[in-house]
Every structure is written in structure tokens, then in C-alpha cells.
Design a protein around this ligand. Sequence first.
Ligand code: SF4
Length: 181
Amino acid sequence: MFTDGRSKRVIFLAHCLLNQNAISDGTAEVPAAHREILRAILDAQVGVVQLPCPELCGLGLDRGDPRGAERPVVVENTRIRRAMEQPEAAARLQELTDQVVWQIREYRKHGFAVLGIVGVDRSPCCGVDTTSDQDRELPGRGVFMAALQTALEEAELTVPVIGVKPSSPDALAKVRALLGE
Ligand code: SF4
């Protein structure tokens, strides 16, 4: 089974690395996608699984405040974090993490290599090494990555998770390391 043309190697990327149109107002760095990261992954013949954007799914494209972009990013990020902790958004978050864990389990069950998960540092949802809270950037995980980590542990799945700031000089090297290059 699955002895066709596929590489049987996949990587999970934070939604906005592939689609900047989903990111919170005022924070898009490129028109569409972080092409260098994507190119490196595709050159390695690794399939890309786009994670859901938890903020878009939980709060909407404007994150529930059309004037959010008027605040400093970390202040707005802290507001978003609080909003994501409210019951309705938190329940949505749980649904999303369950779906991701289900997909990872399927790939693993069929012998695919799940090379890792790439989050976005400073994000209140997808940060891995740093996140936003208390109106500043702090070490720690965003609420989505924290929930995903818990769900993976409960499912007894071990997957490398890294965070990048996509436009920073070390982002590509971190992704390449995950690809085994
Ligand atoms: S970092 Fe996460 S929550 Fe923020 S825009 Fe990207 S995918 Fe959505």
C-alpha cells in the first residue's frame, strides 16, 4: 500500500506560512507565502500539510476587533490570547488540535515520516519558543501549540516541534534541520 510515487514524508506548517492572507491585520510580511521556506521543503520532496489557523477559525479574520491593527502587535496579541481562552474559542481550538492529531496518527499508522511541526514564534496561538502575553513577547507556547502538545502526548505521539520567525535569518536553517539537511 502507498508504494506509488509519493515520498511518504510530510511536514506540518502553521497556516500563515503558506497563506499570509489569514494573519492578523497589520502583521503580514509578504503578499502570499514564505516562499524560501516552502521551496526548501518542496525541493526535499516533502509534502506540506497546512495546519488550520486557530485565530481565523476561532475569532474570524478580524480577530473580533476591526481596530486591532491600531495597537502595538504584542498588545493586540495579548488581547487575542485572552479571546482564544474564552469557552467558545477554546472549544474550537480543541476540535482543531484533535483533527491535527488524527491526521498525524494516520500518517504514522501507514509508515509515513512526519518530520515535524513548524509554528510561528511570538504568536499568541502558534508560538513555540516565544509567544505574546502581558503585552510583551515572552518565552513559552501559544495556546494552540500548547494544546497540540498536550493532545500529542495524550495520543503518545512524538513529533519534533519548532518555532520560527519566518523573515528572520535563521528560519530557513531551522526548517532545513527538520528536513534532515
Ligand atoms: S501564527 Fe497561527 S494563529 Fe497566527 S495567523 Fe499564523 S496560523 Fe493563524
